[in-house]
Design a protein around this ligand. Structure first.
Ligand SMILES: *[C@@H]1O[C@H](CO)[C@@H](O)[C@H](O)[C@H]1NC(C)=O
Length: 174
């Protein structure tokens, strides 16, 4: 009996961890979207405006690291497309950034002239209380559709949850 109740506890933990951790959101909703937009619908801020970002989510940029980069900048540098003094510079081609607080995050391209041509992004992370009030906007479809979320994320999350569950089970905490 004890073994069964432990197994059930482990399963519950697995589900809790699997569901509560942040998502990985592919910037622009598809690969290679970090580029100069050629139309309004390619605008990254249009994508950001239709998505909801929460603390714990991770942004993922997919681009050619040899030609482009992602600069995390201040609001002022975002507005002026000033690439000279970024908060952080990423150029690995598969950049991941954890959204670890609420409020706005500003990003511009580090490639010459790209920011001026619209390759820039503002992501506003909702404060935690938004989840519990009735006044937040309806969840956007992006949250529930596959393509906007990087394919590895749910598998990774499941693995993480499974590891925790197995440890708890092995240690006999329940
Ligand atoms: C860009 O930012 C740097 C330091 O933050 C500043 O010294 C420089 O004047 C700025 N350049 C422009 C064009 O605003």
């Amino acid at each position: 009996m004890a073994v069964i109740s432990r197994a059930i506890s482990a399963l519950v933990l697995l589900l809790l961890f699997g569901l509560s951790e942040g998502r990985e959101l592919l910037v622009g909703g598809k690969t290679d979207a970090w580029k100069i937009p050629t139309s309004e619908s390619e605008s990254l801020n249009q994508w950001a405006g239709s998505s909801r970002f929460r603390i714990g989510d991770t942004l993922v940029w997919n681009y050619d690291g040899g030609k482009d980069s992602v600069l995390h900048v201040t609001k002022e540098d975002y507005v002026n497309c000033n690439t000279s003094n970024p908060i952080a510079t990423y150029k690995d081609g598969n950049t991941k950034l954890l959204l670890d607080r609420s409020g706005p995050f500003y990003f511009i391209s580090g490639a010459g002239g790209h920011c001026e041509k619209g390759q820039k992004l503002v992501v506003v992370v909702l404060s935690p209380r938004h989840r519990y009030t009735g006044i937040s906007p309806a969840p956007s479809p992006v949250e529930f559709e596959g393509p906007a979320v990087a394919p590895t994320s749910s598998a990774t999350r499941l693995q993480g949850g499974l590891m925790v569950a197995l440890w708890v089970f092995a240690l006999g905490l329940f």
